[in-house]
Design a protein around this ligand. Structure first.
Ligand SMILES: C[S@@+](CC[C@H](N)C(=O)[O-])C[C@H]1O[C@@H](n2cnc3c(N)ncnc32)[C@H](O)[C@@H]1O
Length: 456
């Protein structure tokens, strides 16, 4: 057992040495020693000579328990200016006690770092760029997926797997014209110290190549300390077929032995549906859980959506099919011009939505950028399992969409109708819903603006 002595506190052994591993307990115990004194005397830094202190840089790391400690050690021992990019978005899905704990950690870090952390949901990238250009260093994680955010991932090879990791921090380095470094920190239980290892510097011009080199250099260090990895990376490995993260496993045997230790970790993130995409148009957000569960239960082979706009509902269906590993084909129909109720918009909306679709769902999702009636000829009679109608909301439009598309639905299929509760002069969905409910088996979901389900 190792005991660290501090002026007013005694720190006992880290609980990750005892089994079963409980990350939460480990983090809490570790933060009991999170201080400038500990960072100065109990963290051993390797690779410090590689650091070009004359210009700023970005440290890329994968999550180990002590990732906050690493920053304070760099400041205390190397005299550089350092802060990290942090997220508070995931606090929203933690229970009260856990989010309280992380808020406290952020508060201490803000005090110990050279400047307050950049919060990914509040800070403009121009602020981070300005700080880097002034010669500061910024730490950022590659493996964080923030709840409800649009991410730009790239596939990398890491520990016998192809995994998707964030490229945003590396792209910031490229924009600021500063080098990239790799950073790992792990606890050496024999010596009772933390080992902080720096790799690089790498030219940030070729973002993907540099990140891959950093990951390759990190591999042996991480392989020896798999039990200290934090929950985000745990997520990457614990759902091996979750498409957003691991794409293929290259060497199954080795992979299994490498991954074995972290099986004991309990993830702190919720296991329910966490949207990977959302826009500022929130009207469909209250129905996402329902949509996910519907797809899970119903396992549709073909899903068609009339009215995609930014994709808040559409990408819910896509993500659900992805995570549930279904062979579903999805079709999003929209002329991407807008309408009276949604408002009219420019070509940029389609460009953005299409880019996301291409990047993450191109295998099974197709956009038809045409009028709903024109799209009818692309579908055979009785071919669609699930149709979501969310186009123009006037009575006659909804009635037409329903009537035109009904023959395309398989027997036993379903039609979803959005906005069945809206009482506005230019909305006729409520009226149509009342009518249709008399002739079909329906169920209504009262969240938000209401979602109707019609069984065909
Ligand atoms: C309410 S928005 C869709 C909202 C989306 N489902 C969501 O979750 O945020 C309606 C969309 O339908 C499209 N639209 C309306 N009438 C259309 C038509 N006849 N043909 C093609 N697209 C249409 C508009 O361009 C608009 O993007």
């Amino acid at each position: 057992m190792c005991i660290f002595l501090f002026p007013n506190k005694t720190f006992k052994n880290l609980s990750f040495m005892t089994k079963p591993f409980n990350f939460s307990t480990f983090m809490r115990e570790e933060f009991a020693c999170y201080s400038k004194e500990y960072a100065t005397h109990h963290v051993s830094i390797t690779g410090a000579t590689k650091l070009d202190k004359s210009k700023g840089g970005v440290f890329l790391f994968l999550h180990f328990g002590s990732f906050f400690l690493s920053g304070v050690s760099l400041i205390a021992q190397l005299g550089i200016k350092y802060t990290a990019i942090a997220s508070t978005e995931n606090f929203k899905v933690m229970d009260r006690e856990e989010s309280k704990f992380w808020k406290e950690v952020h508060k201490i870090s803000n005090r110990l770092y050279s400047e307050k952390m950049f919060l990914s949901n509040h800070t403009k990238s121009s602020e981070i760029l300005a700080s880097l250009k002034k010669g500061s260093f910024v730490g950022a994680a590659l493996d964080v997926a923030e709840i409800g955010k649009k991410h730009k991932f790239h596939p990398f090879t890491f520990l016998y797997n192809d995994i998707l990791l964030q490229t945003a921090p590396a792209r910031l380095a490229k924009l600021a014209k500063v080098p990239l470094y790799g950073m790992t920190i792990s606890y050496d239980q024999k010596l009772g110290v933390h080992n902080l290892e720096l790799t690089g510097p790498y030219d940030s011009c070729d973002v993907e190549k540099s990140v891959q080199m950093i990951l390759t250099e990190m591999e042996p260090i991480i392989q020896n300390n798999m039990d200290q990895l934090f929950h985000d990376i745990f997520h990457l490995f614990s759902f091996p077929r979750l498409k957003d993260h691991i794409i293929t496993t290259k060497q199954k045997k080795e992979c299994l032995s490498v991954l074995a230790p972290i099986k004991q970790l309990k993830s702190q993130l919720p296991s329910s549906f966490c949207p990977r995409f959302e826009s500022t148009i929130t009207s469909w957000h209250p129905h996402r859980d329902f949509a996910y569960n519907l797809v899970k239960k119903f396992r549709p082979e073909i899903i068609v959506e009339l009215g995609v706009h930014y994709g808040d509902s559409y990408f819910t269906f896509c993500q659900a099919c992805d995570e549930l590993e279904l062979n579903t084909q999805l079709y999003g129909v929209d002329h991407w011009q807008g309408d009276k109720q949604a408002g009219f918009y420019g070509d940029d909306v389609f460009q953005e939505v299409n880019e996301y679709n291409q990047e993450f769902h191109s295998q099974n999702s197709t956009f038809l950028r045409i009028d709903f009636t024109e799209a009818l000829k692309s579908f055979e009679t009785s071919s669609i399992d699930l149709l979501h109608i969310d186009g123009s909301h006037e009575y006659q439009s909804v009635r037409n969409d329903f009537g035109n598309w009904l023959p395309k639905i398989k027997k036993g299929g379903m039609i979803l109708l959005h906005d069945i509760l809206v009482e506005r002069e230019d909305f006729g969905v409520k009226e149509f819903w009342k009518e249709i409910s008399k002739n079909y088996k329906t169920e209504s979901h009262q969240e938000g603006f209401g979602l109707g389900v019609i069984h065909v």
